[in-house]
Design a protein around this ligand. Structure first.
Ligand code: NCD
Length: 306
């Protein structure tokens, strides 16, 4: 088993499949009245969140607690980080406390890599800048596999703000490892040529959503990340939705069996219409539930579970 999960590229097909299979076992547990396993009793998991998060933070906390680990939640607000303490000094503090695993979300791409040089425990990337978010890709893959029965040969359209999306990057890497075919869809400003070049071996690119939908098993809508945009990438929100938003009319172009995904948080009415987000095809709430099982599997396996 690998020691750290910093990138979806850390996972080969066998390891990724082991995580998904273990997550399925963990999911069986969440149906029971007593949801706790003693697997990580006496181990310490630190959640180190430098960037805002709802789902991911709660999900990692629930996952560690269900495995009986001691959980320390650290958020940059209200800590010495607001006094200017560096990531390295924070890491040394965690090291002194004997953290067995550190789950980190940071606005700087590469922060989990740096952290893994400073602590002895396992490092799990919970989202670093615009770089990667490997556990999101794992929970997305898990959701696809449980809804559609397979990943190999599955056609997945990842739609929208690819440029700023760590979710898209991790999904492209993981899904191609697991045999799915990814097509990135969005305006050319949000899928610039360097991304196309970097991902050309693992994903296709289209600028026309309507032509991609009829041949997709999965459509994954990405949030338009205005907080990361210094320039204007499209004329207006209305224009964006008109071309790249998923509304009910567009959803009808999908094959009968296809599912609609979104990592959350959503801009309802922008990249996804409320009726689509709340439709039976949408797996958005399921993705959140699956996130806990997948993160339990990741913590369990990284910390030496068999
Ligand atoms: C994503 C993230 O933070 O990268 N959300 C998540 O973890 N569920 C996607 C986003 O912010 O749009």
């Amino acid at each position: 088993m690998i020691k750290h999960l910093r990138s979806a590229a850390d996972l080969d097909a066998a390891t990724a499949t082991l995580i998904l299979d273990t997550a399925a076992e963990m999911a069986a547990l969440s149906g029971r009245e007593v949801k706790k396993l003693p697997a990580l009793r006496g181990r310490t998991v630190v959640n180190l969140f430098y960037e805002d998060s709802t789902r991911t933070r709660i999900s990692f906390e629930a996952a560690a607690k269900r495995l009986s680990a001691d959980v320390i939640n650290f958020s940059a607000k209200g800590s010495s980080v607001s006094k200017g303490e560096s990531l390295k000094d924070t890491a040394l503090t965690l090291q002194a406390m004997g953290a067995d695993a550190v789950v980190i979300r940071h606005s700087a791409s590469g922060a989990p890599h740096r952290l893994s040089n400073w602590v002895d425990g396992s490092v799990v990337n919970a989202g670093d800048g615009t770089h990667e978010h490997p556990t999101q890709a794992l929970l997305d893959a898990y959701t696809m596999r449980s809804r559609l029965g397979r990943l190999d040969g599955l056609k997945v359209a990842v739609v929208g703000d690819v440029l700023h999306s760590r979710v898209a990057r991790s999904n492209v890497l993981l899904l191609s490892t697991l045999g799915a075919e990814v097509t990135l869809v969005g305006p050319p400003t949000l899928i610039p040529v360097d991304i196309v070049a970097a991902l050309s071996k693992t994903a296709r690119v289209s600028y026309d959503l309507d032509s991609v939908l009829p041949d997709s098993d999965v459509v994954m809508m990405l949030r338009v990340q205005t907080e990361r945009m210094q320039d204007s990438y499209f004329p207006s929100a209305r224009e964006y939705s008109r071309r790249y938003g998923l509304d009910v009319t567009r959803m009808r172009k999908l094959p009968e069996h296809a599912i609609v995904m979104h990592p959350g948080p959503m801009n309802r009415g922008m990249e996804i219409a409320p009726e689509v987000a709340d439709s039976p095809r949408s797996t958005i709430v399921e993705q959140v539930a699956n996130g806990v099982s997948v993160r339990m599997a990741v913590l369990y396996l990284l910390l030496g579970g068999k």
